[in-house]
Ligand binder design. Structure first.
Ligand code: ADP
Ligand code: MG
Length: 375
């Protein structure tokens, strides 16, 4: 068994064992709990979770706007929190474009001046070049008509697009946005989605906090947070149950690597719990006269459980790792699985539904009957 705890070598943004505790007169509040997360260069990630789950707190750790109570945040080769606030602000201005939910444009500066602000602050580009660069950006985002107006003269959507222009002023490699479309009409929202998609296609590393499933689907990766904890991404992808339920399942699952060809579950064995596939492929095989038949392949982001075996009781199924490569799995033991099914009311129905859909695929009804007769 190999635990999968090593962060990938190409991690660009890396949070290790990050905790955040807010202290207030009412007591301490644990807003982020043991967060281990990495983002690669060029990844376009949507961060999702209920209101109050810790999304903004998490984002503020990445931008260095706030500091963890314990743990380490790295961006590239910079460890945040080691620099003075002043140096940090300049570094952030060059490395990151940040878009907030409520725009935060300076009300007494024109849209053009707002857009130039990060260049001035970080002393990027020749002074003479700044205005034309800012104007180019506004033109790109179809806001050049508004360049000389004050923010108050613009609609909410236009102000948010101006805030995006400002975030992009220094051409930062990372763009971080906290619910950028939270308060906007659907047309502006679409426009903003297109902007982020375009940035992603140009290789920017993007983190967006959003409630919006449409936006989340346009991203290349979704990270779910529930009550300050990250839900394992494989579990999040594999199950359609509420986030707090996914989190419980996620905590019960233990990583392990299985060798090529290893048999993971077999009909007739009574101790089957649940397995999620994080990497590699699992072949579903059906026992037949002579050699077994390969009936289906399960891929990363899928799972199976004892219900898959119960559903297709008669046809002699087994699940094995594909012969060409090992598989990275998350396993829940039989005992833990049975306890979870009792504790989480949505789990059994979701798994039974999945098993019923697959049953027909694995063992056509005709086969099931003939297996009964012959066996
Ligand atoms: P989200 O962005 O997902 O809505 P937040 O990250 O803003 O959630 O907040 C997560 C939790 O931490 C909430 O319960 C919130 O009340 C609490 N929290 C956030 N900031 C502070 C703070 N400065 N002091 C005390 N509690 C805070
Ligand atoms: Mg928030």
């Amino acid at each position: 068994m190999t635990p999968l705890t090593q962060p990938p070598a190409n991690a660009y943004i890396q949070l290790s064992q990050v905790n955040k505790i807010f202290k207030s007169p009412a007591g301490a509040f644990h807003a982020l709990i043991d967060i281990n997360l990495t983002f690669d260069r060029g990844e376009f990630t949507a961060i999702m979770g209920k209101s109050g789950s810790g999304k903004s707190t998490l984002i503020n750790m990445v931008t260095g706007i706030d500091h963890p109570t314990s743990g380490v945040v790295r961006v590239g080769d910079v460890e945040l929190g080691r620099m003075s606030e002043g140096k940090m602000a300049v570094w952030r201005g060059r490395a990151m474009g940040i878009v907030f939910q409520f725009f935060q444009l300076l009300p007494t500066l024109s849209i053009l001046e707002n857009t130039m602000l990060p260049m001035d602050f970080c002393n990027m580009y020749d002074r003479a070049e700044r205005e034309s660069r800012a104007m180019d950006l506004l033109r790109l985002l179809h806001l050049d008509d508004m360049a000389h107006k004050l923010p108050a003269a613009l609609s909410g959507g236009q102000q948010q697009i101006a805030a995006i222009a400002r975030a992009l002023a220094n051409d930062p490699p990372i763009v971080v946005a906290d619910e950028p479309t939270g308060n906007l009409d659907s047309i502006t929202e679409k426009l903003i989605l297109n902007i982020f998609e375009d940035l992603a296609s140009r290789g920017k590393t993007i983190l967006i906090v959003t409630h919006d499933p449409v936006l989340a689907h346009r991203s290349t990766r979704q990270v779910f947070i529930s009550d300050g904890e990250i839900i394992n991404e494989t579990v999040a992808h594999a199950l359609s149950i509420p986030n707090n339920h996914k989190l419980k399942v996620s905590k019960a699952a233990a990583p392990h690597q299985a060798a090529p060809g290893a048999v993971l579950a077999r009909q007739g064995a009574v101790d089957q719990g649940m397995i999620f596939i994080a990497g590699g492929n699992i072949q579903v095989m059906r026992q037949a006269k002579g050699s077994p038949i390969h009936v289906h392949t399960l891929h990363p982001g899928e799972c199976f459980s004892q219900f898959d075996l119960l559903e297709t009781e008669a046809c002699g199924l087994f699940f094995s790792v594909a012969p060409d490569a090992p598989a990275d799995l998350l396993e829940i033991s039989y005992e833990k699985f049975n306890a979870l099914v009792q504790e989480i009311p949505t789990l059994e129905p979701a798994l039974r539904r999945q098993a019923a859909e697959r049953g027909a695929l694995y063992c056509p009804v005709k086969t099931r009957k003939s297996f009964w007769r012959s066996g």
